[in-house]
Design a protein around this ligand. Structure first.
Ligand SMILES: Nc1ncnc2c1ncn2[C@@H]1O[C@H](COP(=O)(O)OP(=O)(O)O)[C@@H](O)[C@H]1O
Ligand SMILES: [Mg+2]
Length: 256
């Protein structure tokens, strides 16, 4: 389980709060989508959640472990795929994977099994001895996905994971997300693409200008929309989403 309480962050030299008083609970076994337009605060939230950025206020708990109190223990609980796959270009892919497996203290046998099966699955098995610098963005991203799962974490956190993947790789990734959630793992990913969330997520959060606008299932989002009037059967998540993050921003108290 992941629990975020009252997370707030303002970047130095910035007048606006990138994330403001954000509280969320995500359960094991669910695929949770974190949605919002560019600049909404998704990456900032994920950086605080993964311990890469210290919140100005609020707390993060992963699998019952408090990030501020026990950062190493909390970080061992999740696998993370960032929004920028630029990494150790001088290393060969296999060297990078072994480096990550060393950090997480994955046994030789387990790392070999996982590297082999994931590399085969994402079709980069034949380039593992090539240097990462020669990889396309999509290949680098697949490598990051594989690296994030070497320690078989209970939570899997991905920031805009579909960007830059070809359709087959995006399909494979979504399938893997489903498998992990079905096996009881927690999957949290951000996206600005509504269609992806609509097909994949058990629940979503919509964030805009640093504040939560909605948390719940797609069915709950539709129900809420029809309460407000104007919702109709078959209306896409996208149109509901666009209304929630409508330009006037007059309803910041609407999150629940
Ligand atoms: N390193 C940074 N320094 C200053 N402001 C930043 C930095 N990173 C993000 N921001 C600002 O914080 C807000 C949220 O950004 P971000 O979390 O990256 O949004 P998202 O991932 O939803 O696109 C935006 O207004 C963005 O301009
Ligand atoms: Mg982002």
């Amino acid at each position: 389980m992941i629990r975020l309480e009252h997370l707030t962050k303002t970047y130095a030299k910035s007048a606006i709060k990138a994330v403001e008083d954000l509280s969320l609970e995500i359960q094991d076994g669910e695929i949770f989508g974190f949605l919002g337009p560019n600049g909404a605060g998704k990456t900032t939230t994920i950086k605080m959640l993964t311990g890469a950025l210290e919140p100005d206020a609020g707390s993060v708990e992963i699998g019952g472990i408090d990030m501020a109190a026990s950062p190493l223990e909390a970080k061992a609980r999740f696998g993370f795929v960032g929004d920028d796959p630029e990494l150790f270009n001088k290393l060969r892919a296999a060297e990078y994977l072994n480096f990550v497996a060393d950090i997480y203290r994955v046994s030789d046998r387990e790392r070999q099994e996982r590297i082999t099966s994931l590399a085969r699955r994402f079709k980069i098995a034949d380039v593992l001895s090539s240097s990462i610098g020669s990889f396309s963005r999509g290949m680098k991203q697949k490598l990051c996905v594989i690296a994030s799962l070497l320690h078989d974490p209970e939570a899997w956190i991905l920031d805009e994971p579909m960007v830059g993947l070809d359709p087959q790789a995006a399909f494979d990734l979504k399938e893997l997300m489903r498998e992990r959630a079905l096996a009881g793992g927690l999957v949290l990913f951000s996206t600005h693409v509504m269609e992806v969330a609509e097909k994949l997520c058990d629940r979503i959060a919509i964030i805009d200008r640093g504040r939560l606008r909605f948390v719940g299932s797609l069915a709950e989002l539709r129900a809420r929309k029809s309460e407000l009037g104007g919702g109709r059967d078959g209306e896409s998540l996208e149109s509901l989403f666009l209304e929630l993050v409508d330009a006037d921003g007059s309803d910041p108290g609407a999150a629940r």
